[in-house]
Design a protein around this ligand. Structure first.
Ligand code: G3P
Length: 218
């Protein structure tokens, strides 16, 4: 499974990229706002660090404007993926941009039926938001399972990759991996949490204490 990181913070991207853990980056208008930086400048900066796919989201809700914005975003670097919302206009833009060989990530997906539409219209990625489904008392992980199953049944027709988004815990990362999601976009904080286990920490402490007791030097 590929790891994308869900952030527009350059320092976080650089540090995780140095660890070899970044296959791509996803951003959205909220993450751009949080970064405090100019949208196109920050996307360009990310593209100077990361070779893999970088999702940059359109800021219009009208299809023809989304298409114009998508074409402009795609010119920033050759690894830009244009992110469009899963609306009728977004799907129209997905179809047009995909036909122009521009990669599209269809975002804000909350049902398998929506994912089926994006798949039929040539999306490169579908982004089901699992955390936000959990927030309203449903089980977001079920959606990943359904979409992976549907796309597998129709694998000859649908080439769209399942990009599990809105991830809130290390457990969700391993669960979406088990379900066969192609990609997980993960906040940097969660990637750091994935490395941690209390038994690793306590085990290491004992090993280090016992090593000191040997009186040896390496
Ligand atoms: O990038 C989209 C998605 O990952 C957002 O997550 O935590 O704002 O629901 P969240």
């Amino acid at each position: 499974m590929k790891f994308f990181i869900d952030t527009a913070e350059i320092q976080e991207i650089k540090s995780l990229s140095n660890l070899g853990l970044v296959d791509g980056v996803t951003t959205n208008p909220s993450l751009i706002y949080k970064s405090g930086k100019d949208f196109k400048t920050v996307i360009k900066e990310i593209s100077n660090i990361i070779d893999g796919p970088i999702s940059a989201e359109v800021t219009s809700t009208v299809s023809n404007e989304m298409i114009t914005q998508g074409i402009e975003l795609a010119k920033i670097a050759n690894n830009i993926v244009v992110k469009v919302p899963l609306t009728k206009d977004g799907l129209l833009a997905c179809k047009e941009l995909s036909e122009k060989n521009i990669k599209v990530n269809v975002t804000l997906c909350f049902s398998a039926a929506q994912a089926l539409l994006a798949g039929k219209l040539g999306a490169t990625y579908i982004s089901p938001f699992i955390g936000r489904l959990d927030d309203i008392g449903t089980t977001g992980l079920n959606l990943i399972k359904e979409i992976v199953n549907i796309y597998t049944i129709f694998k000859d027709d649908i080439k769209t990759e399942v990009l599990a988004a809105s991830i809130r815990s290390p457990l969700q990362v391993s669960q979406v991996a088990l379900m066969g999601a192609n990609v997980a976009t993960i906040p940097p904080k969660i990637i750091m949490q994935m490395m941690k286990h209390p038994l690793t920490d306590s085990g290491l402490e004992i090993f280090m204490e016992d090593w000191k007791k040997t009186g040896q030097k390496f």
